[in-house]
Design a protein around this ligand. Structure first.
Ligand code: PAF
Length: 280
C-alpha cells in the first residue's frame, strides 16, 4: 500500500491510472476508521482496479465551537485497516486549503433541512472538500455511508449538477452488536452515555415495526420516536424527521418508502442515525 500526502502527487498517480484504463474506487473518510469504513472499502474493492482511501479531517465542515480540534485521530491504526482491506493508496493530505483559498461549493436545497438546520455551514464544507477530493483522486466510483444519508444525497446532487463523471454508491449502515450505528464520534461516549444512545436505533426499529404494520401518518411515527427518546434523560433530540429518501422533502402521508432520520445529543456528543422505512 502506497501512502501519498501531497495533493499534486495524488492527482498525478490518479491521472496515470486513468490513462492506463484503470477504474479507480474511492472511499473518502475523516479517519479513526472502524468496521463501517472497512465495509465501504469492501463494497468498493470489486468495483475498481485501484482503491484509494483518503483520511482528512476537513476543517470547513466544522463550525466554530464544534469538535474539529478534538476529532479522534489514529493514523497508524487506520493504515492497518486500509492495508487489511487491500487499499492501493491511502491519501493523507495535511492541508487541502491554500492560505488564499476563496472558493466554496454550496448546495442550496437538500442541504437546508435536517442537519442543515442546526449546522448551517456544514454541507458547504462537505461539498467543497468532496469536489476537491474527487478532482484529486479522479475516481470512477466513490462510496459513501448511508448513515450520513443527507450528506450522500447532497453529494449526489453536487456531482449531478456539476456534471462530474463519477458514480456515487451508498453502503448500508454498519451497527455494533447492540444496534448502535458505528461512528468515529462514539468514542466520545462514556459507558453510560453509550447505553443511553441505544435508544436511537431501538426507536428506529419500533418506528419500522409501526410502518410495517400499516401506519402511514408521519406524525404518528414521529411521535412514537420522540416519546421513546424522551424516556432517556441523557438524550436530547435535535430533530426527528420523515422525508423522501431522494429529495429529502418532508412527508406527511407516507408512500411505500420513506427516510426516518434522527439527530440527538447524548451528553455533549451529537449523533445521527436513520432508517429507510419500506413496505415490503
Ligand atoms: O463522511 C465523512 O467522513 C466526511 O464528511 C467526508 C465525506 C469524508 C468529507 O470530509
Amino acid at each position: 500500500m502506497q501512502q501519498i500526502e501531497e495533493p499534486e502527487s495524488m492527482q498525478a498517480v490518479a491521472l496515470g491510472w486513468r490513462a492506463q484504463g484503470f477504474r479507480i474506487g474511492f472511499v473518502p473518510t475523516m479517519g479513526y476508521l472502524h468496521e463501517g469504513h472497512a465495509s465501504l472499502m469492501r463494497l468498493a474493492r470489486p468495483l475498481c482496479d485501484k482503491l484509494v482511501v483518503s483520511i482528512y479531517v476537513n476543517p470547513t465542515q466544522f463550525a466554530p465551537g464544534e469538535d474539529f480540534t478534538t476529532y479522534p485521530r489514529s493514523v497508524e491504526r487506520d493504515r492497518v485497516i486500509c492495508e487489511t482491506e487491500g487499499v492501493d493508496v491511502v491519501f493523507l493530505p495535511t492541508n487541502l486549503y491554500a492560505p488564499n483559498h476563496s472558493v466554496r461549493v454550496q448546495e442550496l436545497s437538500l442541504s437546508k433541512g435536517l442537519c442543515g438546520r442546526s449546522r448551517p455551514t456544514h454541507f458547504d464544507g462537505v461539498a467543497t472538500i468532496v469536489v476537491k477530493l474527487l478532482n484529486l483522486v479522479q475516481p470512477t466510483v466513490a462510496v459513501f455511508g448511508q448513515k450520513d444519508a443527507q450528506q450522500a444525497q447532497v453529494i449526489r446532487k453536487v456531482v449531478a449538477d456539476l456534471h462530474m463523471p463519477v458514480d456515487i454508491v451508498l453502503g448500508p449502515i454498519h451497527r455494533d452488536h447492540d444496534g448502535l450505528a458505528m461512528s468515529s464520534r462514539n468514542t466520545y461516549l462514556s459507558a453510560y452515555e453509550r447505553s443511553s444512545a441505544l435508544i436511537l436505533s431501538r426507536s428506529l426499529e419500533k418506528a419500522d415495526a409501526l410502518f410495517r404494520a400499516g401506519e402511514r401518518n408521519a406524525g404518528m411515527i414521529r411521535s412514537l420516536v420522540l416519546s421513546e427518546i424522551d424516556r432517556v434523560p441523557e438524550v436530547r433530540v435535535d430533530y426527528v424527521d420523515i422525508v423522501d429518501p431522494d429529495t429529502l422533502a418532508a412527508q406527511e402521508t407516507l408512500g411505500d418508502v420513506a427516510l426516518l432520520a434522527i439527530a440527538a445529543y447524548v451528553g455533549r456528543t451529537r449523533l445521527i442515525d436513520n432508517r429507510v422505512l419500506r413496505s415490503e
